[in-house]
Structures are given as C-alpha cells and as structure tokens.
Design a protein. Structure first.
Length: 605
C-alpha cells in the first residue's frame, strides 16, 4: 500500500512538472517566432533602404564626375560655329575643358582631314596621316543621332591612351542647321570602377555584387574585364529568356526576400544603370544565431521555473495539512453560527410580516384621507373662484367711482375757471362803463362848444348829441350786463357748493369701496392660500400613499428575502455540516498519510 502511494505521488509530481513546463515551452516558441518574424521584416526594410541609399550615392558620384565633361562638350558645340581657325579652336577648347574633370575633350570637323578638315584635341594628340575621325564610333554615333542630341557610345579601347572608355559626343550645327563637326569627351571606365569600390568600402552592412550597366544590360564595370560590353548581366544571372528591355523599363526595382536582395536604378540622365544584389543569408546568420541563443536561454529559464513551481506546490501541500485542521475547527464554529442565524432569521421574518399587515391598514387609511382632502380642495377652489369674481366686480365699481370723482372734479374746476373769467369780465365791463362816461362828458362838452359856435357848429352838435345818446345806451346795457353777470355768479357759486358736496359724498363712497376691495383681497388671498394648502395636503397625502405603497412593497420584498435568507441559511447550515464532515475526512486522510509515511520510514530502517 505504501509503495502504491509513493508511485502515485511520483506520478502526480511528474504531471505537475510537465503541466507547468509545456505551457512555458509553447509560450517561448510563440514569442521567439514573433520576434523572428518582426526582426526579419525590420531587416528587410533596412536592407531595402540601404540599397536605395547606396544607389543614390553611386548616382550622385557618377553624375558629379560625368556632367562637367558633358557640359564642356555642350559649350564647345555652341561656340564651334563661330570659330574657323585651328589655333583659335584649340584656345577655345582649352578654355571650355577647364570646367571638366580633366578628361580628353576634342572636336573634329565634318570635312575630312585629307581635304583640309579640322581636328583639335585637348591632349595635343596628332593623328596619323591616314586617320579620319569619320571612321570613329563616337563620330558616327553623333552623326546618326536624328535630333542631333548628345549620345553615349558603347565601351571601347581608346586609340591614344589604350584605356577602356566611353565617349559622349554631340554634333555642332551652324545657323542653317547644317552639321559642321562633332565634339566629344572620353570617360574612362576605370573611374566608374573607382566609384563602385569607394561605395563598397563605405557600406559594411550590405556586402554583395555592385555593377554599372549600359542601356542593353551589358556590364560597364566588372572585375573580369572580358565581360565588359560583352556579357549581359540579366541573362547571366536570370537566364537567357529574360526580357531585358521590360526589366530596365520598370526601374527602380527593389526586391528583398528571405534569401536574396536585388535592386536596379537609373543613373541620372545617362543611359546607365546601377545594380546591386547579394545573399540575405550573410546578413541574417548572426541574427538567427542570436534568436537561437535566446530560445535556449528561455528554455532553461522555463525549466528552472517549472522546478521552482514544483517545489512551491510541495510546500503548498504541506501547508494544506495545517489548513485542513484549521478548516475543521472553523467549520464547526460556522455550523453553530449558521444555526443561530437561522433562528434569528425566522424571528425577523415573523416581525416583518406583522409590519406588513400594519402598513396595509395604514395604506388603506391614507387612501381614505386622500379622497376627503380632494373634496375639500374642490370646495376651496370653487370658493376662491367666487371671491376672485367678487374682487373683480368691486375693482370695477371702484374704477367707476374714481371716474365719476374725476369728472365731478373737472366740472368744479371748470366752474371755478368760469368764475375767474367772469371776474375778468367785470373789469372789462367797468372799463367800458368808464369809457362810456368819459365819452358822454366829451359829447356834452362837444355839444356846448357846438352851441357856442353858432350856425357853424350845428352839424357838429348833432353828432355830439348822437354820441351822448349812444353813451347813455351803452351805460344802460352795461348796467343790464352787470345784473346778468351777478346772477351768473350766484348760480355758479351755488353749483360749486353743490358739486363740492357731491364730491365729498363720492369720495366717501370711493373710500368705502376701496376698503371693501381690500377686505375682499384679503378674503381672496385667504381663499387662494386655503385652496393651495388643500392641494399641497392632497399632494402630500398622495406622496405619503405612494411612499406607503413603496414601503409595503419593500417590506414584502424584505419578507421574501428573509424567507429566502432563512432557506439559504438552512442550506448554508447543511453545507457547513457537509464541509465539517469533509474537513474531518481530509484531516483523517492527512493523519493517515503521516502514519503511512512514518511506517514506511520504520520499514526502511
């Protein structure tokens, strides 16, 4: 039995070890794979960028080497039509060539040398007697160019220097558009080799093949000189069925795979191309080695971690035994507490049921009060509306009394104004009366003077007599006017006294109406407050009813929850009892394992 237990423990230990080690292995493999893929992508992008930079360096150096000499040829072609003497042409050629890189610049006329033609060379080379420039490749290439643009020849061996070179030549035209000669400059191919070598020595990251090709894909630079201008790069590297024209037509080309890198680009305005290629294995070997070392380190780390995990699990099992004893004791306490909680829950459930019954009665009473308050609120609202109508009628009466008061006051003011005007009439009448008296005296004196005048004043006496009679009539009329004015004054005074008495009565009625309006306003405010209070009480009762209903619902939920809690407590009590039994069993098993271990130790001893 002890041996069986020991074997079982060993199997469990192995399962634990491999169960923790295998996930770690899978994680390490996945992480290393992701690291490898991401790093390879970064390396490919870096190689692609490095190829582009290197080709730009080659292009820049080739252009800076070739273009000054090309410019010298262009300047010489432009000046040649205006120069006819050989010595002058030689001087012009020397001046123009100073802007170049020191390569051999020359000019040959269309007229053959045997017929007095011209050939000028910067190196002062004297051609043999039977030598004609028209038989040279650069001369024929310039003459055959339909638009008379500059052309580059294929590589050839220079007759003067014996160097492998390429010539840039261009036809010179006179004012009539006729070709008068050809200017050219030799570009030594070894200088292109020097550029390739300098780029190669500067770039340590990418070590591969670098060549300059012509427009047909043939080598212009190659360590093997025999391949220059005779071997096609694309056919040599990719096979004879390669479409060179289509390949060069799709430049720039940048291709980077897991095994090779390859790039082709054009060099400025020249018909040349720079190509770079090589093996990616040389670039990625160090990286792959590093990834492999990382994987080994991570595998070792995983193994160590699994061993530590196994030791931790063993330690945990030892603590499980102590935990089992504590669990058994705590479970017994839990069983006792659970039973007490169940009893308390039953008591609480009964109490809550009594509260629910009481709240149901209270809820019914609240609904009855709410109905009564609603009736009171309706009556208060009707009373408030009637009071509002009464207040409006009183306000209207007050306004009418005020209007009568103002009209009567205006009448009194008008009468007073009329009395003032009558007083002013008195003054006028008095003045007229005085004027009439004076006129009468003047007429009397005039009549006396007319009488003393005799026959001459007879007519004047008649006029004076008429004036005196007129004055007497005016005085009589004024006397009557005075009597009428006196009567008007007496009537006006009586009317003013009566109006003032009416005004006092109107004022008294107006004040009484205002006091009545004030009292009705107070009644209106009280009615409105009563109606508003009744509505507020109705709202409060309704809210209280709703709150009571919610409390009732909550109490019912609490009652149901307590019942559920009681059931759950019973279940917990049962579970606690089962847990106590399980803890007791576990404790017994641990004690049995310890006894078996002690027995096994005694058997071995």
């Amino acid at each position: 039995m002890a041996k069986k237990t020991e074997n079982e423990n060993k199997k469990n230990t192995k399962r634990l070890f491999w169960g923790s080690f295998f996930p770690m292995v899978i994680l390490i493999i996945g992480a290393c794979t992701c690291l490898y893929l991401i790093s390879m992508f970064i390396i490919k992008q870096a190689v692609r960028l490095q190829i582009s930079l290197l080709q730009e360096q080659v292009t820049s150096k080739v252009v800076s080497m070739v273009y000054p000499d090309v410019l010298s040829v262009e300047n010489l072609v432009n000046v040649a039509p205006s120069v006819s003497e050989p010595e002058m042409m030689k001087s012009v050629l020397d001046v123009v060539a100073k802007s170049g890189k020191g390569n051999d610049v020359y000019f040959a006329s269309v007229t053959p040398l045997s017929k007095g033609g011209l050939f000028v060379d910067r190196l002062n080379w004297v051609p043999p007697k039977d030598w004609e420039p028209s038989g040279r490749v650069w001369f024929q290439a310039a003459m055959n160019e339909p638009n008379h643009n500059g052309v580059y020849t294929d590589p050839y061996i220079d007759q003067i220097t014996g160097n492998l070179c390429v010539t840039y030549s261009k036809a010179a035209l006179n004012s009539k558009g006729e070709v008068i000669g050809v200017a050219g400059v030799d570009i030594i191919l070894s200088s292109l080799d020097d550029i390739i070598e300098s780029i190669s020595s500067d770039a340590d990251t990418i070590k591969g093949e670098r060549y300059i090709l012509d427009s047909r894909g043939n080598y212009m630079t190659n360590p093997d000189v025999s391949k220059i201008s005779t071997v096609n790069y694309f056919k040599e590297k990719m096979g004879n069925d390669t479409d060179v024209a289509a390949t060069l037509g799709s430049v720039p080309i940048f291709t980077v795979t897991d095994t090779i890198y390859y790039g082709v680009s054009k060099i400025g305005d020249t018909p040349w191309y720079v190509v770079m290629s090589g093996s990616m294995a040389k670039l990625t070997s160090d990286f792959k080695r590093t990834v492999f070392i990382i994987e080994i380190i991570m595998f070792a780390f995983g193994f160590i971690f699994s061993v530590l995990n196994l030791l931790s699990i063993r330690k945990m099992r030892e603590s499980e035994k102590q935990l089992g004893v504590k669990l058994y004791e705590e479970t017994q306490n839990l069983v006792v507490s659970t039973k007490e909680t169940a009893a308390t829950s039953q008591d609480q459930s009964a109490a809550v049921k009594e509260i629910v019954a009481t709240m149901e009665d209270s809820n019914a009473l609240s609904e009855n009060i709410s109905t009564k308050i609603k009736d009171v609120s309706k009556i208060a609202q009707k009373t408030s509306n009637d009071v509002i109508e009464g207040v409006a009628s009183i306000a209207k009466n007050v306004e009418q009394l005020h209007a009568i008061y103002e009209a009567n006051q205006n009448t009194i003011n008008g009468m007073k104004d009329l009395n003032d005007k009558i007083e002013s009439i008195w003054d006028i009448v008095t003045l007229i009366n005085s004027v009439a008296d004076q006129t009468k005296i003047i007429a009397f004196n005039a009549e006396l003077e007319a009488t003393s005048a005799g026959e001459a004043g007879k007519k004047f006496r008649i006029v004076a007599n008429e004036i005196r009679r007129l004055s007497d009539g005016i005085i009589d009329s004024i006397h009557e006017i005075k009597e009428k004015i006196t009567e008007i004054q007496h009537s006006s005074d009586s009317l003013i006294l009566a109006s003032e008495s009416g005004t006092e009565k109107i004022t008294s009625g107006y004040e009484t109406a205002k006091e009545l309006g004030t009292k009705f306003d107070s009644i209106k405010s009280s009615s409105e407050i009563t109606a508003s209070s009744a509505e507020d009480i109705t709202g409060i009762i309704q809210q209280q009813t709703i709150a009571s209903e919610q409390i009732l619902i909550a109490l019912k939920q609490i009652s149901a929850g307590i019942e559920n809690f009681t059931v759950a407590t019973d279940n917990i009590s049962s579970s606690a009892e089962n847990l106590r039994i399980m803890s007791e069993t576990l404790n017994k098993k641990n004690q049995s394992d310890e006894k078996n271990t002690d027995k096994k130790s005694k058997d071995r001893s």
